[in-house]
Design a protein around this ligand. Structure first.
Ligand code: ATP
Length: 953
């Protein structure tokens, strides 16, 4: 029997006693599993995943490369060609069939390699973004990928954790779990470790936690009972259809374009074949086969079937580069959305600021204490500035009172505290919340405080949440035989809970005048950019001592205020400016005081001096319509709770914005889900936000978001480049063949040596060679092109605007037609008759045409790198492109000059001069585009002012 699977006689985990269960699961709850045992169980139960994917064997994946209607068509054509060859006596080798087969295989190998590359990148992303769980293994708390959880693991749960497997609680303290995904119940369920009896519905199994749910409050310890598909979530997953990922807008667009082109080109191919058959006449089976192959190849050539593969590779390479720079995207296609983000809603603390908190000033009833020193090193001096320091006799008394109050502030702030500051290799390192660490550091700068704290024994805690904006600890003082509640929190919020104020050794009731004074002090500190907290306390009641509930913060005595600095990140200011230049607005959303938010936002250039900040309470009063108006105007939101974030996202989206939004706490998850790009903090973020987001910020840094948008735009631009390149190249092939046949008479495309023979401007093998080999190499290189146009000088791309817009189509048609024209003219140039008189053989002329087309495409690759800039601009920045060009030229030299290739592609050698003529003709494509671009640039220069001026503050 497998461990953990209940037999008929054993009770289900929620009904079993905790001890019985851990025995059954063969685990010591104080130590957890040993790693060897865990490995063995993992092998037995398999990974803890819903619907683990079956690996597809290599041969299947290779075969899948041939599964394309156009390839089927080609295969049919090859079969027909071989049959004809057999019927005609099987003389020599069926060259066309062999060559086409070889090209198809080469194409499949290329596709296979590209697919593998993209898949590897996706797999790497999956590991980077995999959910993790805290467990006890070998007696130590260990963080491991949730996929490795096994029955018997001891889960350590805390706020913000995504529950990794189904587990029975052993201990639960204030544990609340959001189980909506499983039970549909929207409010969080209070959990406990108590035993249950009788039939209990899933939603009422309070002693269980389930995979796919989230811890919103408290802590707990649980033993894993089932994993993977055997969990409750697994049951649901088995019932539901596999939710395939939706194709991205770009994928949809490319599929649509491919379909339309496919239909169009099959039409053209039929016309071409009919024209050839009826106008020129096919005399032999071989000629019929040639016509068929040509028609099919043309259809294959014109449809950009290689695009989706190239698209995936380009996205994969781009996403990997982004991950290296701390912006980890969960899905390749989110890059598209990132490029069109028009607003970034960012938290303040840690994202725009450094989250390095230094407590600088303490304000109490008797005055102010200034502390020197930076960072977390406990070195610094305290300077007392008592109010009314008039040099009189009583100044010592003022100092004394001030010192008593200031110490109390730091004692309270250090007791209501969960952080630690330790020295590691000469560096002071913070574990826990930096705001709390600031109190500890300050305490060591103001003598006596650490010793006094030592007398207290911590008994219980009412934890901090972004909604409450404060936290309290109940601590017992043995000598005094009393318990006190110490609270610290947002000063303005805390003041509402205070009834008195500490004045030296006395407690003075707070009247309106005192309140007004304190509020003014809060405003002043905040306006200087300080993070302003208050510290208060009260003696706990008898009965309270055992378990303070969350409403302990009442009838408090205010000890004083503190001002903590958290300097803006140096790079954030430049990033805000870069975003603005790119038409992306930065919005700051913070739980902090409006005045602090305003100061920092002004320093960072998010608003101008005097710019407005809206407070959370203000949002409460507005309906959705009014909120849309507000978000248009206001870029700083302060004292907000997580549910306000959701409303801000909705309002921005209603106003047509594509919203990127950051978040870290568990309650941010809904806003992150609803944003177009939810961004979770990699360092401080909870598992739940990481699950809800599309991007994880490795360094929690705002500048990284802007850099990712920049990169996203470059990637998108590169997609545009190879689309422009491939589509115009394909069109060039179609134009060559179509007009080569239709205008054969005008252009003198005739084989004078065999006047009755069928005239095809390009052979099927040549078309396929161009399309499947020489086209795709530069296209791939273009996918990793560096920035050519200044992508951050443009407004964000509108997501509903097709990438293949009108100007793009116009350019494609222009270039493709030109490419076909120069190819045909080159042939005419070498052939007798037509527009230009020549004297070469038809095979030579066709070789020249074929070569011209290949060269024209290479030059078109250079030109396609920018719609507006000259091809010579940053011409040598992409070594891959030059390598691709070099490779294709080398291949063409082989095709033209190596005998076996000449046989395969029906080519003849060209002289040096003939090569130069081909190059000169091909270069017309480049020059013509240069002229068009120059005209456009001149025209644009006369147009409206550049973007920098257009997008204001
Ligand atoms: P952001 O939303 O940009 O991260 P924030 O850190 O100020 O900003 P919250 O964490 O929601 O947002 O904090 C809100 C307020 O609660 C803070 O301005 C501060 O006054 C207070 N506060 C923050 N941390 C603590 C803490 N550990 N204990 C008590 N009060 C705190």
């Amino acid at each position: 029997m497998a461990i953990g699977s209940p037999t008929e006689r054993t009770l289900p985990p929620h009904l079993a006693g905790a001890e019985e269960l851990t025995q059954r699961l063969e685990v010591d709850p104080a130590v957890g599993l040993g790693s060897a045992e865990a490995q063995a169980r993992l092998a037995e139960h398999g990974p803890n995943e819903l619907r683990p994917k079956d690996p597809v064997p290599l041969w299947r994946r290779m075969l899948a490369q041939f599964q394309d209607p156009l390839v089927y068509l080609l295969l049919v054509a090859i079969a027909v060609s071989v049959t004809a060859w057999v019927i005609e006596g099987a003389e020599g080798a069926p060259v066309d069939a062999i060559v086409i087969g070889a090209i198809l295989t080469l194409n499949a190998v290329l596709g296979f390699v590209q697919e593998a590359k993209a898949e590897n990148a996706v797999a790497a992303l999956a590991t980077m973004t995999a959910a993790s769980s805290s467990v006890l293994r070998d007696g130590r708390p260990t963080e491991l990928p949730s996929a490795e959880l096994v029955p018997g693991d001891i889960l350590l749960l805390s706020e913000g954790d995504a529950v990794g497997a189904d587990a029975r609680l052993l201990v639960a303290t204030g544990l609340k779990v959001q189980e909506a995904a499983l039970t549909g119940e929207s409010s969080a369920t209070v959990k406990s470790a108590t035993a249950l009896s009788g039939e209990v519905a899933l939603a009422d199994r309070v002693n269980m936690v389930h995979k796919g749910t989230a811890v919103v409050e408290g802590v707990g310890r649980a033993v894993v009972t089932t994993t993977g598909m055997r969990t409750e979530m697994g049951d649901i997953a088995a019932l539901l259809d596999r939710t395939e990922q939706q194709p991205s807008p770009l994928q949809v667009e490319i599929a649509r374009v491919s379909r339309t082109l496919g239909a169009l080109v099959i039409g053209i191919a039929v016309v071409v074949m009919a024209t050839l058959a009826f106008v020129q006449g096919a005399d032999s089976a071989q000629e019929w086969v040639t016509i068929l192959l040509l028609g099919v190849s043309l259809a294959v050539a014109a449809v950009p079937e290689g695009l989706p593969a190239i698209l995936s590779v380009v996205l994969a390479i781009g996403v990997r580069a982004m991950a290296r720079r701390n912006a980890v995207m969960k899905h390749l296609h989110s890059v598209e959305t990132l490029g069109s983000a028009s607003v970034i809603c960012s938290d303040k603390t840690g994202t725009l600021t450094r989250n390095e908190m230094t407590l600088r000033t303490i304000v109490t009833a008797s005055g102010r204490v200034e502390l020197s020193g930076t960072g977390y090193a406990p070195v610094g001096q305290a300077v007392l500035v008592p109010d009314g320091d008039d040099g009189g006799d009583d100044d010592d008394g003022d100092d004394e009172a001030l010192l008593v109050e200031a110490r109390l502030v730091l004692i309270g702030g250090s007791i209501a505290n969960n952080a630690t500051v330790t020295e590691q290799d000469g560096q002071w390192v913070v574990h826990g919340d930096p705001t709390e660490a600031a109190f500890l550091v300050a305490s060591s700068k103001l003598g006596e405080v650490p010793e006094r704290i030592g007398h207290y024994e911590r008994r219980a805690e009412a934890p901090f949440t972004s909604e409450r904006k404060m936290m309290s600890v109940l601590a017992h003082h043995d000598d005094r035989a009393e318990s006190r509640i110490y609270t610290k929190g947002a000063a303005d919020v805390l003041l509402g809970r205070c009834v008195a104020q500490r004045h030296g050794d006395e407690i003075v009731p707070l009247d309106d005048v005192a309140r007004a004074r304190i509020t003014q002090a809060v405003e002043e500190l905040s306006a200087e950019g300080y993070r302003t907290l208050g510290v208060a306390y009260r003696v706990a009641d008898e009965g309270e001592a055992a378990s303070p509930d969350q409403d302990v913060e009442h009838h408090l005595v205010l000890a004083g205020l503190v001002g903590i600095i958290d300097p803006p990140r140096e790079e954030a200011r430049a990033a805000v400016a870069a975003a603005r230049r790119a038409g992306v607005r930065t919005i700051m959303i913070t739980g902090d005081h409006p005045a602090t938010a305003q100061r920092i936002a002004t320093d960072l250039g998010i608003i101008t001096e005097g710019g407005r900040a809206a407070a959370g309470v203000e949002l409460e009063r507005l309906d959705d319509e009014a909120l849309v108006d507000l978000v248009r105007e206001v870029s700083v939101y302060a004292r907000v709770a997580p549910h306000h974030k959701l409303r801000i996202v909705d309002a921005l989206q209603r106003d047509g914005h594509v919203v990127a939004m950051t978040g870290d706490g568990v309650n941010d998850a809904p806003a992150l889900k609803s944003a177009d790009i939810g961004i979770a903090m990699g360092i401080t973020g909870t598992e739940v936000t990481k699950e809800a987001s599309r991007m994880i910020l490795g360094d929690d840094n705002f500048a990284t978001i802007v850099a990712a948008i920049h990169r996203g735009r470059i990637i998108f631009d590169n997609i545009g480049k190879f689309l422009r390149y491939m589509m115009s190249s394909n069109l060039g092939e179609v134009v060559t063949v179509f007009f080569g046949i239709v205008l054969a008479g005008v252009l003198g495309l005739r084989d004078t040596a065999a006047p009755d023979a069928l005239v095809v401007p390009l052979l099927a093998t040549q078309i396929l060679w161009i399309n499947m080999v020489t086209d795709s190499v530069p296209a791939l290189a273009m996918g990793v092109d560096p920035e050519i146009d200044d992508v951050m000088a443009r407004p964000p791309r509108r997501p509903d605007r097709p990438i293949l817009d009108r100007p793009m189509w116009a350019r494609i048609v222009f270039t493709g037609t030109l490419m076909g024209a120069v190819t045909l003219l080159t042939m005419d140039l070498f052939l007798p008759g037509g527009l230009i008189e020549g004297s070469e053989s038809f095979d030579m002329a066709r070789t020249a045409g074929f070569t011209t087309l290949v060269l024209a495409q290479l030059l078109n690759a250079l030109s396609s790198r920018s719609a507006a800039q000259s091809s010579f601009h940053r011409m040598f920045r992409n070594p891959w492109l030059w390598a691709a060009i070099g490779l294709v030229v080398a291949l063409q030299v082989l095709v033209v000059h190596v005998p076996v290739m000449q046989q395969a592609f029906t080519t003849v050698p060209l002289t040096g001069t003939q090569w130069l003529v081909c190059l000169a003709m091909a270069s017309v494509v480049l020059w013509a585009q240069e002229v068009v671009k120059l005209a456009q640039r001149v025209w644009a220069g006369r147009g409206p002012a550049p973007l920098d001026d257009a997008v204001g503050g």
